[in-house]
Design a protein around this ligand. Structure first.
Ligand code: ZN
Length: 278
């Protein structure tokens, strides 16, 4: 059985839905439903579709900018936890990486402001619709804000890393960004347990996010170390771990899931994953 299904294309990019999302969609619809009965469920379904439509547009923002910078977009995959644009590689230059990372939150911010602006105008038409559009607007603002937290692997973490890369080099920049991400994950963890002090329960979603951020940040740092070791073995870097902008190593971001062997990154301009031996 296939694990994901194509539901169409946008700008030539296939949009795929993971089977788990299809299973979860009725739950999302129920949680969105403003009332009982068929009408409530219909609005719930509309809200759930609007939520994942917003995620698609966020990923489309990343994708179109990445494509303009020379990456090939394999598809946009929707999962119950969100979406991911699958690219054959990240744009190489720090500036390009930064613009690619910022494009998603920029789309969400624009959608959020649009939703909140348009909602009052819909009140005369249909009150439930107006409330839903406002709700989707604030969800988009949250999507923008949350993804901009400077914590790898989130968009803000990529911006942070890309900003540091010209000064520190890719590896040291990744290591620093990963350490910052771990501190932020720790704060998320504390925040998750905070209600316990006041007799409440643990915030499990937040705890999950903290765990996810900590794990992925650690993996990114390890990968950067690995790249540095390979560079030194090839007689490059000399432990300084600073490489010319042209040869900045491409480390696949977590939203690149290479399920298919054909999605492996093609050789870069310098002839491979690592700069050629002189
Ligand atoms: Zn994003």
């Amino acid at each position: 059985m296939k694990s994901s299904y194509s539901i169409g294309r946008l700008f030539g990019i296939p949009i795929r839905v993971h089977i788990t999302l299809l299973l979860f969609l009725p739950l999302f619809a129920l949680s969105f439903a403003p009332g009982d009965g068929a009408a409530g469920l219909l609005f719930g379904l509309l809200g759930a579709v609007g939520l994942f439509g917003s995620v698609v547009l966020h990923e489309l923002g990343h994708s179109l900018v990445a494509r303009a910078k020379g990456a090939r977009i394999l598809d946009i995959l929707l999962l119950p936890i969100g979406g991911m644009a699958r690219l054959d590689h990240l744009p190489h230059r720090p500036r390009d990486e930064m613009e690619t990372a910022l494009a998603g939150p920029a789309v969400s911010l624009a959608l959020g402001l649009l939703g909140i602006w348009i909602a009052p105008h819909l009140l005369a038409l249909n009150q439930t619709l107006a409330i839903m559009v406002r709700e989707l607007g604030s969800i988009n603002l949250m999507l923008a804000a949350f993804n901009l937290i400077p914590s790898l692997p989130m968009d803000g973490g990529r911006v942070f890393r890309a900003a540091l890369t010209p000064k520190l080099g890719r590896v040291a920049a990744t290591r620093l960004a990963a350490n910052v991400a771990k501190v932020i994950a720790g704060l998320f963890g504390l925040w998750a347990f905070w209600p316990v002090l006041h007799g409440g329960g643990v915030r499990f979603t937040l705890l999950l996010i903290a765990f996810f951020v900590y794990q992925t940040a650690g993996a990114e740092a390890r990968q950067a170390e690995q790249e540095a070791i390979q560079l030194r073995q090839r007689g490059q870097g000399n432990g300084v771990w600073r490489i010319p902008d042209e040869d900045v190593l491409v480390s696949p971001p977590p939203y690149v899931v290479r399920e298919r062997p054909t999605a492996a990154p093609p050789p870069s301009r310098s002839g491979g994953w690592f700069p050629k031996r002189k």
